[in-house]
Design a protein around this ligand. Structure first.
Ligand code: PLP
Length: 455
């Protein structure tokens, strides 16, 4: 980093950019990676170095980094109608068409869509919808939100409060009334002699106890990711959603699927909530909705919830909430095209075609001496590193093992993500089996190098 001239992109970044979610020690020593463009599943830095992005950007660039159809759509719509809002009953035609399409591909026979600019804002908005709904229904005390430990729902004050990560303490979060139930990670939290189904049932009992302790009529709703993504790719334990769903119904607690990562094919099905029988009342979508080519979040409300919300909003005259750029026509045109690409160019099919190879190589990586668990589904996977396979004892935190592996892989031209003690992979949906092999070959070599270094 120091060898680069003062007017290099890297120095200009360090002088002017305040990075979030970035290890600042590593940034200081290694400098940023400043990118110019992408091609397929690769991105290129200002020095012309190529990187295979095994994380699809942040899970979202599923059609690769230079999809011509999406780029053409951007140009065409930008010439036609690049920007408008969705307030006061005015809306762009492309946004209406997108809403129709989203309801069509959703698990709901009928429903309605509300737009935001991000997944965090969509979760935040959904919470406000629930608060308003219960308040108007004569239950203003019904404000508590249940999520799970290790869940990730975003970074705004409310969605960060929903996120079950320790780092939120930095901000004095969670806000009061945000409750975190158990994380359904059997490998990590299952008890000695307990089967996976028994584990799921225990978690369901714990959830019911929590609801009773807090008072069922104080709970506004529960949110869950089908597969926890930023928690380290944690598919639910067997029977988990089937065990908790009846409890939520019993206490009339709305259930929201946060499909920001899983939605639009990541698990091999259109919706992760379908794969895991969540039967949600609403879906939170973002990321792949525009294949990463435009900021957009959406709430897809099932009919019951959307009817209820329409009724109370009418009483109040309106739903008093909105984002200036929510339902932007350019974003809507891109999202429509992204759905067409997903369905008609065979992206979803490709996920299922290459997933067996992805999982096979992931499990082979899981045979590594220091790999405690290899887990995943569709095109999302993680390998969690431990000091001892049998006891699952963690490696000393000061080794920063996953960070080291990711940094070393980056040198070798592979972008992968360290998350806690896990290395996380989520390649674009256009990835080929050859590229999957190349990705795991580099990762295997990198892990050998790094563990050889630390002894
Ligand atoms: N929900 C989930 C499951 C996510 O993974 C994320 C982001 O990674 C969010 C919400 C927040 O989305 P955004 O970063 O667009 O605010």
């Amino acid at each position: 980093m120091n060898k680069l001239s003062a007017n290099s992109w890297e120095h200009r970044d360090m002088d002017n950019v305040f990075h979030g979610f970035t290890d600042l020690g590593t940034l200081k020593s290694n400098g940023p990676v400043v990118l110019t463009h992408g091609e397929g599943i690769h991105v290129f830095d200002v020095h012309g170095k190529s990187y295979m992005d095994a994380n699809s950007g942040l899970w979202n660039n599923v059609a690769g980094f230079n999809h011509q159809g999406l780029i053409d759509t951007i140009c065409t719509q930008a010439r036609r109608f690049p920007g408008y809002h969705a307030f006061f009953g005015r809306i762009a035609d492309t946004t209406v068409a997108l809403s129709e399409k989203l309801v069509e591909v959703s698990p709901f026979a009928e429903g309605k869509v509300y737009y935001t600019n991000s997944g965090s804002e969509a979760n935040d908005t959904m919470v406000k919808m629930l608060w308003m709904l219960h308040r108007r229904n004569g239950q203003p005390q019904r404000r508590k939100i249940i999520t799970r430990l290790n869940a990730y729902h975003g970074v705004t004050a409310v969605s960060a409060s929903m996120t079950g990560k320790a780092y939120n303490a930095e901000f004095g979060l969670p806000l009061p009334g945000f409750l975190h139930a158990d994380c359904p990670h059997y490998w990590r939290f299952g008890l000695e002699g307990e089967s996976e189904l028994e584990f799921s049932q225990r978690l369901a009992r714990n959830l019911e106890e929590l609801i009773i302790k807090e008072g069922p009529d104080t709970i506004a709703g529960m949110f869950a990711e089908p597969v926890m993504g930023a928690g380290g790719v944690i598919p639910p334990s067997e029977g988990y959603f089937e065990a908790i769903r009846p409890i939520l119904r019993k206490y009339d607690i709305p259930f929201i699927a946060d499909e920001v990562i899983c939605g639009f094919g990541r698990t091999g099905e259109m919706w992760g909530s379908g794969k895991y029988n969540m039967e949600p009342d609403a879906i939170i979508a973002s990321k792949c909705i525009t294949a990463g080519y435009f900021p957009m979040g959406a709430i897809i409300l099932g009919k019951d919830l959307s009817d209820e919300l329409a009724r109370v909003s009418e009483q109040a005259e309106e739903f008093p909430h909105g984002f200036t750029a929510g339902g932007n026509p350019l974003g809507s045109a891109i999202a429509l095209k992204a759905l067409e690409v997903l369905e008609e160019e065979g992206l979803l099919e490709n996920v299922n075609r290459v997933s067996p190879r992805f999982m096979e190589r992931l499990h082979k990586l899981g045979e590594h001496k220091y790999a405690g668990e290899a887990r995943g589904v569709g095109l999302m996977g993680a390998v969690e590193l431990v000091a001892d396979k049998s006891t699952k004892e963690a490696l000393p935190g000061d080794l920063q093992i996953s960070e080291r592996i990711a940094n070393k892989a980056l040198e070798k031209g592979l972008i992968c993500r360290p998350l806690g003690a896990a290395i996380v992979l989520g390649p674009p949906f256009i990835v080929t089996t050859e590229q999957i092999d190349e990705m795991f070959d580099i990762l295997e070599e990198t892990m050998s190098d790094v563990f050889a270094d630390v002894g």
